[in-house]
Design a protein around this ligand. Structure first.
Ligand code: FAD
Ligand code: NAP
Length: 560
């Protein structure tokens, strides 16, 4: 049968052991690991290159907010010893260069098909294989499908009336053009004040004739204190990599190596607590939230950190009215992802920058010449949407995934995502998710969490091969227990109090469920390891013979 005949008859014309969707850091490492174990792997990537997040998010100021010596692969010691990060927080072009270096170094490209979207994946119960349809019209089949589709990869363009009428240029931070955008002399509007906006606003302000920032919710941001990395600093990390990577994996809640907090905010007298916050503010970075161990748990403790940041905003921003608008007041600090910036608040002291409070003056519409909010027209030459993502489930939901009995994943997840360990979902055998909902994922140093999931899945596939098992599936009971645990742990924190993208609150109509697992990466890793050590407890493995399939069906029925 020719490829075109196969396409028209929907008969798979390419057979793989594993199809991986996405060639970000997750898909790349997965390909490397599985190929090393002898699997025939195909990666489909809708972009034209590797790097995922760092391929798409090319806006001015884009850089990581986990320090580069930590926000990097640890699976190859040679790689981590040899790659030179230039700054404490590498800029996007350097992280993308790193991704390309990894692709070349491990010869990944020959198994990645770029410019190809996975449109559908359907489980064939008779063959116990997935049939995958891609945007080039091809149909492939694989025993396993792994969704390495990214948690922050489905950019959200809010539905604002009149966008089609706008005569100027429209950008989204997550779909930034590959050539530099020059705002010199232009009147620019930025919609949103999350991490992407907070990184880009200071640089756009330096270039634009006038910048108007449209803020719906003020966000907490701490200074990055970015700086070039010295050879000595790099060497210190390199010499200590084994120990601090281990600590990051096993002892830290978020997979970022730092001195863990040992006491609560009220264990220190006021002046000592202020000194602690001041020290962390001066040092910069996400570890501000590691000042005390109860900041994410107790509102009164959290208030002390929030008050400190609000006082800093008041100190930096000269106009008290603008400072007041920039001071977050509707959510505990950290319950929305805290931002890390370079000169964000000080940017509002510039004469060419204006802040519009959309709570007081909501957007009416986009017009041909700009944006109207609260009845006032803001003439603009360009609008930058820094409006975020349909996070964690958005890219999965765009694929028409059907599991047992033709059930659609989107139907199963209509009330919110349900997984066992964030790795699999019952009724969808041999379908894995990397950093899926129900795992620490976006609450962690994601490269570390990606490596943990990839290693777990790769080991699981080898265990299946050794047993002669063809299928693995999460049992419904294990999934129900895990979802209950994820919810219970979240409910004991301040996180569900915010209208955050962790809760799906930024997407109209999305169910409000706290999606990541907040129990900490160390605890989570231990749970995953124990599950594997107990013969993949909570998962049902089944073999190839008819008798084994019947046995598995009974086991599944009993488990649910
Ligand atoms: P991604 O990098 O998102 O890659 C997924 C890939 O899958 C994409 O290339 C996408 O095109 C592709 N894809 C999706 N659906 C399909 C489909 N149907 N068919 C084909 N291809 C598909 N995390 C941190 O820990 N520290 C940081 O400092 C940090 N900074 C960030 C900065 C920005 C601007 C953003 C947006 C996120 C940041 N993150 C950070 C989170 C970041 O997403 C992860 O760290 C990590 O890069 C995710 O890698 P991934 O491979 O899982 O997903
Ligand atoms: P985000 O945090 O979701 O921020 C989106 C912003 O757009 C919010 O201020 C939101 O306001 C606003 N918004 C959305 N829809 C709007 C509408 N219709 N009208 C007006 N305002 C609207 O998205 P992001 O900034 O892209 O960041 C997403 C995540 O990516 C981060 O939390 C982080 O995990 C990661 N990231 C990291 C870095 C880094 O520093 N390394 C940089 C960028 C992104 P509301 O808050 O009111 O919804």
């Amino acid at each position: 049968m020719t490829a075109s005949e196969a396409r028209s008859s929907n008969v798979p014309h390419q057979q793989y052991d594993v199809i991986v969707v996405g060639a970000g850091f997750a898909g790349m490492y997965l390909l490397h690991r599985l190929r090393g174990q002898g699997y025939k792997v195909r990666v489909f990537e809708q972009g034209s290159g590797v790097g995922g997040t760092w391929y798409w998010n090319r806006y001015p100021g884009a850089r990581c907010d986990v320090e580069s010596m930590q926000y990097s692969y640890s699976f190859s010691d040679e790689l981590q010893q040899q790659w030179d990060w230039s700054e404490r927080y590498a800029p996007q072009p350097e992280i993308l260069a790193y991704a390309n270096h990894v692709a070349d170094r491990f010869d990944l490209r020959r198994d990645i098909q770029f410019d190809t979207r996975v449109e559908a994946a359907v489980f064939d119960e008779r063959a116990q294989r997935w049939t995958v349809t891609t945007s080039d019209g091809a149909v492939s089949s694989a025993q396993f499908v792994v969704l390495a589709t990214g948690c922050l990869s489905n950019a959200r363009m809010p539905d604002i009336a009149g966008a089609a009428d706008f005569k100027g240029a429209i950008y989204h931070t997550a779909h930034w053009p590959h050539q530099a955008v020059d705002f010199t002399g232009q009147r620019v509007g930025v919609i949103g004040t999350g991490s992407s906006a907070i990184q880009s606003i200071p640089l756009i302000a330096e270039q634009a004739a006038r910048l108007t920032v449209f803020q719906r919710t003020a966000n907490f941001s701490v200074p990055a204190r970015n700086a070039p990395l010295t050879a000595e600093e790099r060497q210190w990390f390199r010499d200590n990599y084994p120990e601090f990577r281990r600590k990051a994996r096993e002892e830290m809640r978020n997979g970022i190596f730092t001195e863990p907090p040992v006491k609560g905010a009220f264990d220190d007298p006021d002046e000592v607590r202020l000194r602690n916050y001041e020290g962390r503010w001066t040092r910069g970075g996400l570890t501000f939230m590691a000042a005390y161990n109860n900041l994410g748990l107790e509102k009164a403790a959290n208030d002390t950190a929030a008050d400190f940041i609000r006082s800093k905003i008041a100190e930096i921003v000269k106009d008290p009215e603008v400072a007041r608008k920039l001071q977050p007041s509707d959510h505990p600090v950290g319950s929305k992802r805290i931002c890390v910036d370079t000169d964000y608040y000080a940017t509002f002291n510039r004469d060419n920058v204006e802040l519009v409070d959309l709570r007081a003056d909501p957007i009416d519409r986009i017009t041909a010449d700009g944006l109207r909010a609260g009845g006032r027209d803001y003439p603009l030459d360009a609008i930058v949407f820094a409006t975020g993502f349909d996070a964690m489930t958005g890219s999965v939901a765009k694929i028409a995934i059907k599991g047992r009995a033709g059930r659609a994943l989107n139907d199963k997840w209509a009330e919110g995502p349900r997984t066992y360990l964030g790795l699999m979902t019952a009724g969808f055998p041999n379908l894995f998710i990397i950093t899926g909902p129900g795992s620490p994922s976006v609450l962690s140093n994601m490269i570390l969490s990606i490596e943990q999931h990839v290693d777990w899945i790769a080991d699981c596939l080898v265990a299946m091969r050794q047993r002669g098992a063809l299928c693995i599936e999460a049992s419904k009971r294990a999934e129900d227990d895990w979802v209950a645990h994820v919810n219970e742990v979240a409910a004991g924190t301040l996180y569900p109090q915010a209208n955050s993208w962790y809760m799906g609150a930024n997407v109209p109509g999305k169910p409000r469920v706290f999606m990541p697992y907040i129990g900490g990466v160390g605890v989570y890793r231990q749970i995953c390891n124990e599950v594997a050590a107990k013969g993949y407890e909570g998962f049902v493995m089944s073999g190839g013979s008819t008798a084994e399939r019947h046995a598995a069906t009974s086991e599944r029925a009993a488990a649910s």
